[in-house]
Design a protein around this ligand. Sequence first.
Ligand SMILES: Nc1ncnc2c1ncn2[C@@H]1O[C@H](COP(=O)(O)OP(=O)(O)OP(=O)(O)O)[C@@H](O)[C@H]1O
Ligand SMILES: N[C@@H](CCO)C(=O)O
Length: 291
Amino acid sequence: MLTVRAPATSANLGSGFDVFGVALERPADVVRVSKAERTTIEVTGAGSEYIPEDPEKNTVGAVAKALDAPAHIEIDKGIRPASGLGSSAASAAAAAVGLNELYGRGHSREALVPIAAKGEAVVSGDAHDDNVAPSIMGGFTIATDDGVTQVDADIPLVACLPDIVVSTRDARRVVPERAGVDQLVETVGNAARLTTGMHRDDPDLVGAGMYDSIVTPARAKLIDGYAGVREAALEAGATGVTISGAGPTVIAACHEGDQRAIGSAMIERFAEEDVEAQVYQTRIGAGATVF
Ligand SMILES: Nc1ncnc2c1ncn2[C@@H]1O[C@H](COP(=O)(O)OP(=O)(O)OP(=O)(O)O)[C@@H](O)[C@H]1O
Ligand SMILES: N[C@@H](CCO)C(=O)O
């Protein structure tokens, strides 16, 4: 038997829709895999009552199939589903890393990314890699059709998860089909600033690069109180704030020592909308770890 801890992730970071992602130091899923004749799945932990154990419907089932690695897979969820924190991707990433090792398949971490993404296709209809890439490889990742570029980065973050459910499938329906040239120019500039900020471990540059005027405003309508929470986080010292993945988590970049004040401000602002929320004081962290 093998045990793997795979971290939550924050995809998009505003200017990098479907491309950028970061691994978060916490929360995480813990997945145990043991060889079996056929794949069976057991799920416990956060939101487990909403997660199917049928291998055709759980992200880890698709991964076991792709690796031709039937197994009994126990998933202990530390990441609530439909959170915008890459919950379904973390399980898929953990299964890919664990089954690859258990069956000695010999794939590199980068080669496991498209395999884990097959799990994402099961739940969102699309095999995007921007959550599985950082969950497997750690740090800041740039996932394109040509592969993944990974940068080790260290930026303090605050992830505020409100008690609202937004499924990736629904959040993808509101993404605008077109953008103007002005918006594209602005987005390229912000994405470049964010990438440079990651290389320099510079929270100001990363925060400034998190601004996006194309996808985020359309999705903000699915999160009660988003504009006020963003404003409150910025007033409390955040260097940038955006929607994490497809939402509803709101993610803020900041300087060391500012996380507590920012987290409290975000929770208080959600409370004014009668929305309960929880905060993770976190930072960019490592990828899946085998025990
Ligand atoms: N192992 C799994 N862990 C979590 N959710 C799963 C898993 N397998 C299948 N699902 C299903 O996936 C859906 C949640 O995935 P979704 O992509 O909407 O959210 P997310 O993974 O938290 O967020 P995001 O991709 O926006 O960061 C739920 O319907 C859940 O039942
Ligand atoms: N890039 C994806 C991440 C969610 O899985 C989205 O925003 O729809």
